[in-house]
Design a protein around this ligand. Structure first.
Ligand code: FPP
Length: 226
Protein backbone atom coordinates (compact mmCIF):
# COMPACT_ATOMS: atom_id res chain seq x y z
CA UNK A 1 0.00 0.00 0.00
CA UNK A 2 1.40 3.41 -0.97
CA UNK A 3 1.95 5.84 1.91
CA UNK A 4 -0.11 9.01 1.53
CA UNK A 5 1.32 12.15 3.04
CA UNK A 6 0.13 14.95 0.77
CA UNK A 7 -3.10 15.40 -1.22
CA UNK A 8 -3.55 18.33 -3.59
CA UNK A 9 -6.94 19.26 -5.02
CA UNK A 10 -8.15 21.32 -7.99
CA UNK A 11 -11.65 22.14 -6.75
CA UNK A 12 -13.33 22.58 -10.12
CA UNK A 13 -17.01 22.77 -11.01
CA UNK A 14 -18.37 25.30 -8.53
CA UNK A 15 -19.62 27.63 -11.27
CA UNK A 16 -21.35 24.88 -13.24
CA UNK A 17 -22.90 23.44 -10.08
CA UNK A 18 -24.19 26.87 -9.06
CA UNK A 19 -25.71 27.56 -12.48
CA UNK A 20 -27.29 24.11 -12.64
CA UNK A 21 -28.89 24.09 -9.19
CA UNK A 22 -29.18 27.75 -8.08
CA UNK A 23 -28.89 29.79 -11.29
CA UNK A 24 -25.84 31.55 -9.85
CA UNK A 25 -22.11 30.72 -10.12
CA UNK A 26 -21.48 32.35 -6.75
CA UNK A 27 -23.90 29.98 -5.02
CA UNK A 28 -21.63 27.22 -6.31
CA UNK A 29 -18.63 28.81 -4.61
CA UNK A 30 -20.62 29.08 -1.37
CA UNK A 31 -21.50 25.38 -1.56
CA UNK A 32 -17.88 24.61 -2.48
CA UNK A 33 -16.80 26.01 0.84
CA UNK A 34 -19.00 23.46 2.64
CA UNK A 35 -17.19 20.72 0.70
CA UNK A 36 -13.84 22.18 1.82
CA UNK A 37 -14.92 21.83 5.45
CA UNK A 38 -15.96 18.19 4.94
CA UNK A 39 -12.76 17.32 3.10
CA UNK A 40 -10.58 18.88 5.81
CA UNK A 41 -12.32 16.66 8.39
CA UNK A 42 -11.83 13.52 6.29
CA UNK A 43 -8.21 14.43 5.59
CA UNK A 44 -7.53 14.58 9.33
CA UNK A 45 -9.38 11.28 9.81
CA UNK A 46 -7.18 9.68 7.14
CA UNK A 47 -4.05 10.98 8.95
CA UNK A 48 -2.86 12.90 5.89
CA UNK A 49 -0.33 15.57 6.84
CA UNK A 50 -0.62 18.04 3.92
CA UNK A 51 -3.67 19.23 2.00
CA UNK A 52 -3.11 21.72 -0.83
CA UNK A 53 -6.20 23.48 -2.20
CA UNK A 54 -6.24 25.46 -5.44
CA UNK A 55 -8.52 28.33 -4.45
CA UNK A 56 -7.55 31.10 -6.88
CA UNK A 57 -5.16 30.97 -9.82
CA UNK A 58 -3.14 33.73 -11.48
CA UNK A 59 -5.56 33.30 -14.43
CA UNK A 60 -8.68 33.63 -12.29
CA UNK A 61 -8.21 37.45 -12.30
CA UNK A 62 -9.80 37.35 -15.76
CA UNK A 63 -13.18 36.48 -14.23
CA UNK A 64 -15.94 39.08 -13.78
CA UNK A 65 -15.15 41.48 -10.95
CA UNK A 66 -18.36 40.53 -9.15
CA UNK A 67 -17.32 36.88 -8.95
CA UNK A 68 -13.78 37.76 -7.81
CA UNK A 69 -15.17 40.00 -5.04
CA UNK A 70 -17.58 37.29 -3.96
CA UNK A 71 -14.78 34.71 -3.74
CA UNK A 72 -12.53 36.96 -1.68
CA UNK A 73 -15.35 37.95 0.68
CA UNK A 74 -16.13 34.27 1.16
CA UNK A 75 -12.50 33.51 1.81
CA UNK A 76 -12.14 36.42 4.21
CA UNK A 77 -15.06 35.36 6.39
CA UNK A 78 -13.91 31.73 6.22
CA UNK A 79 -10.48 32.68 7.57
CA UNK A 80 -11.79 35.05 10.24
CA UNK A 81 -14.36 32.49 11.47
CA UNK A 82 -12.01 29.53 11.38
CA UNK A 83 -8.83 30.93 12.91
CA UNK A 84 -9.55 29.68 16.45
CA UNK A 85 -10.92 26.38 15.17
CA UNK A 86 -7.70 25.83 13.19
CA UNK A 87 -5.84 26.21 16.45
CA UNK A 88 -8.22 23.91 18.33
CA UNK A 89 -7.80 21.29 15.61
CA UNK A 90 -4.02 21.78 15.46
CA UNK A 91 -4.17 22.87 11.78
CA UNK A 92 -1.47 25.02 10.23
CA UNK A 93 -2.44 27.25 7.32
CA UNK A 94 0.06 28.37 4.72
CA UNK A 95 -0.65 30.48 1.67
CA UNK A 96 1.14 29.56 -1.54
CA UNK A 97 1.10 32.22 -4.26
CA UNK A 98 1.95 35.90 -4.37
CA UNK A 99 0.31 37.94 -1.63
CA UNK A 100 -0.42 41.09 -3.57
CA UNK A 101 -4.02 41.63 -2.53
CA UNK A 102 -5.41 44.61 -0.64
CA UNK A 103 -3.28 45.57 2.41
CA UNK A 104 -6.15 44.46 4.68
CA UNK A 105 -6.42 41.03 3.06
CA UNK A 106 -2.64 40.54 2.94
CA UNK A 107 -2.56 41.34 6.65
CA UNK A 108 -5.25 38.77 7.39
CA UNK A 109 -3.38 36.06 5.48
CA UNK A 110 -0.14 36.82 7.32
CA UNK A 111 -2.00 36.83 10.65
CA UNK A 112 -3.60 33.43 10.06
CA UNK A 113 -0.25 31.99 8.98
CA UNK A 114 1.44 33.39 12.05
CA UNK A 115 -1.25 32.26 14.50
CA UNK A 116 -1.28 28.70 13.19
CA UNK A 117 2.46 28.36 12.51
CA UNK A 118 3.20 25.92 15.33
CA UNK A 119 0.30 23.55 14.61
CA UNK A 120 1.29 20.06 13.57
CA UNK A 121 -1.69 17.79 12.83
CA UNK A 122 -2.46 18.96 9.29
CA UNK A 123 -0.93 21.64 7.10
CA UNK A 124 -3.36 23.26 4.66
CA UNK A 125 -1.64 25.02 1.78
CA UNK A 126 -4.08 27.45 0.27
CA UNK A 127 -3.07 28.30 -3.30
CA UNK A 128 -4.12 31.91 -3.82
CA UNK A 129 -3.02 34.01 -6.76
CA UNK A 130 -0.99 30.91 -7.55
CA UNK A 131 0.33 29.75 -10.91
CA UNK A 132 3.21 27.35 -11.53
CA UNK A 133 4.67 29.38 -14.38
CA UNK A 134 4.79 32.49 -12.22
CA UNK A 135 6.24 30.49 -9.31
CA UNK A 136 9.03 29.08 -11.48
CA UNK A 137 9.77 32.46 -13.06
CA UNK A 138 10.15 34.01 -9.60
CA UNK A 139 12.43 31.14 -8.55
CA UNK A 140 14.69 31.64 -11.59
CA UNK A 141 14.81 35.40 -10.99
CA UNK A 142 15.92 34.76 -7.42
CA UNK A 143 18.64 32.37 -8.57
CA UNK A 144 19.87 34.97 -11.04
CA UNK A 145 19.75 37.77 -8.48
CA UNK A 146 21.70 35.75 -5.93
CA UNK A 147 24.09 34.36 -8.58
CA UNK A 148 23.25 30.79 -7.59
CA UNK A 149 23.78 27.68 -9.65
CA UNK A 150 20.74 26.35 -11.51
CA UNK A 151 20.07 22.97 -9.95
CA UNK A 152 16.93 21.07 -8.95
CA UNK A 153 17.78 21.62 -5.30
CA UNK A 154 18.24 25.39 -5.72
CA UNK A 155 15.08 25.82 -7.80
CA UNK A 156 13.05 23.94 -5.18
CA UNK A 157 14.46 26.24 -2.49
CA UNK A 158 12.77 29.26 -4.11
CA UNK A 159 9.34 27.74 -4.68
CA UNK A 160 6.40 28.64 -2.45
CA UNK A 161 6.35 24.97 -1.52
CA UNK A 162 9.89 24.79 -0.14
CA UNK A 163 9.92 22.46 2.89
CA UNK A 164 6.65 20.86 1.73
CA UNK A 165 6.93 17.33 0.30
CA UNK A 166 5.63 16.87 -3.25
CA UNK A 167 1.99 15.77 -3.47
CA UNK A 168 1.46 12.02 -3.64
CA UNK A 169 -2.04 12.34 -5.02
CA UNK A 170 -3.60 15.17 -7.02
CA UNK A 171 -7.38 15.16 -7.42
CA UNK A 172 -9.27 17.29 -9.91
CA UNK A 173 -13.04 17.42 -9.81
CA UNK A 174 -15.42 18.82 -12.42
CA UNK A 175 -14.70 16.50 -15.35
CA UNK A 176 -11.70 18.35 -16.79
CA UNK A 177 -8.52 16.35 -17.34
CA UNK A 178 -5.81 18.99 -17.04
CA UNK A 179 -3.51 20.58 -14.46
CA UNK A 180 -4.29 24.26 -15.19
CA UNK A 181 -0.92 25.67 -14.10
CA UNK A 182 -1.07 23.93 -10.70
CA UNK A 183 2.05 22.44 -9.04
CA UNK A 184 3.67 21.56 -12.38
CA UNK A 185 7.16 21.14 -10.90
CA UNK A 186 5.96 19.47 -7.72
CA UNK A 187 3.69 16.93 -9.43
CA UNK A 188 6.41 15.33 -11.57
CA UNK A 189 5.64 11.92 -10.00
CA UNK A 190 2.26 12.61 -8.45
CA UNK A 191 -0.59 10.20 -9.06
CA UNK A 192 -3.53 11.92 -10.76
CA UNK A 193 -7.20 11.24 -10.05
CA UNK A 194 -9.93 12.87 -12.08
CA UNK A 195 -13.48 12.94 -10.75
CA UNK A 196 -16.53 13.72 -12.86
CA UNK A 197 -18.30 15.26 -9.87
CA UNK A 198 -18.53 19.02 -9.47
CA UNK A 199 -16.65 20.17 -6.37
CA UNK A 200 -19.81 20.93 -4.33
CA UNK A 201 -20.95 17.31 -4.96
CA UNK A 202 -17.59 15.80 -3.94
CA UNK A 203 -18.10 13.98 -0.65
CA UNK A 204 -15.82 12.41 1.95
CA UNK A 205 -16.56 9.00 0.43
CA UNK A 206 -15.29 10.32 -2.93
CA UNK A 207 -12.03 11.29 -1.23
CA UNK A 208 -11.88 7.77 0.24
CA UNK A 209 -12.43 6.30 -3.24
CA UNK A 210 -9.54 8.39 -4.63
CA UNK A 211 -7.32 7.31 -1.73
CA UNK A 212 -8.19 3.64 -2.22
CA UNK A 213 -7.41 3.95 -5.92
CA UNK A 214 -4.10 5.66 -5.12
CA UNK A 215 -3.09 3.04 -2.56
CA UNK A 216 -3.39 0.31 -5.13
CA UNK A 217 -1.35 1.98 -7.84
CA UNK A 218 2.12 0.84 -8.83
CA UNK A 219 4.39 3.84 -8.13
CA UNK A 220 7.75 3.20 -9.76
CA UNK A 221 9.25 6.70 -9.98
CA UNK A 222 10.95 5.74 -13.22
CA UNK A 223 12.45 2.55 -11.82
CA UNK A 224 11.73 -1.00 -12.94
CA UNK A 225 10.05 -3.50 -10.65
CA UNK A 226 12.29 -5.70 -8.44
C1 FPP B 1 -13.30 26.36 -9.61
O1 FPP B 1 -14.63 26.25 -10.05
C2 FPP B 1 -13.25 26.98 -8.30
C3 FPP B 1 -12.63 28.14 -8.03
C4 FPP B 1 -11.94 28.96 -9.03
C5 FPP B 1 -12.63 28.68 -6.66
C6 FPP B 1 -12.51 27.68 -5.57
C7 FPP B 1 -13.19 28.24 -4.39
C8 FPP B 1 -13.94 27.56 -3.49
C9 FPP B 1 -14.04 26.10 -3.48
C10 FPP B 1 -14.74 28.27 -2.47
C11 FPP B 1 -14.06 29.32 -1.72
C12 FPP B 1 -12.74 28.94 -1.27
C13 FPP B 1 -12.23 29.24 -0.11
C14 FPP B 1 -10.86 28.78 0.22
C15 FPP B 1 -12.97 30.02 0.89
P1 FPP B 1 -15.06 27.10 -11.30
O2 FPP B 1 -15.59 28.40 -10.83
O3 FPP B 1 -13.92 27.17 -12.26
O4 FPP B 1 -16.21 26.21 -11.86
P2 FPP B 1 -16.60 25.96 -13.38
O5 FPP B 1 -15.45 25.22 -14.00
O6 FPP B 1 -17.82 25.14 -13.27
O7 FPP B 1 -16.82 27.31 -13.99
Amino acid sequence: MNPLNHVAIIMDGNGRWGLKYKKSRNEGHKEGLITIEKIIKETIKQKIKYLTLYAFSTENWNRPKKEINYLFNLLESFLINRISEFNNQNIKLKVIGTKNFTPKFNKLLILVEKKTLKNTKLQINLALNYGSKSELTIAFKNLQKNKEKISEKNITKYLYTKNIPDPDLLIRTGSENRLSNFLLWQSAYTELFFSKKYWPDFKDEDLCEAIYDFQNRDRRFGRVKD
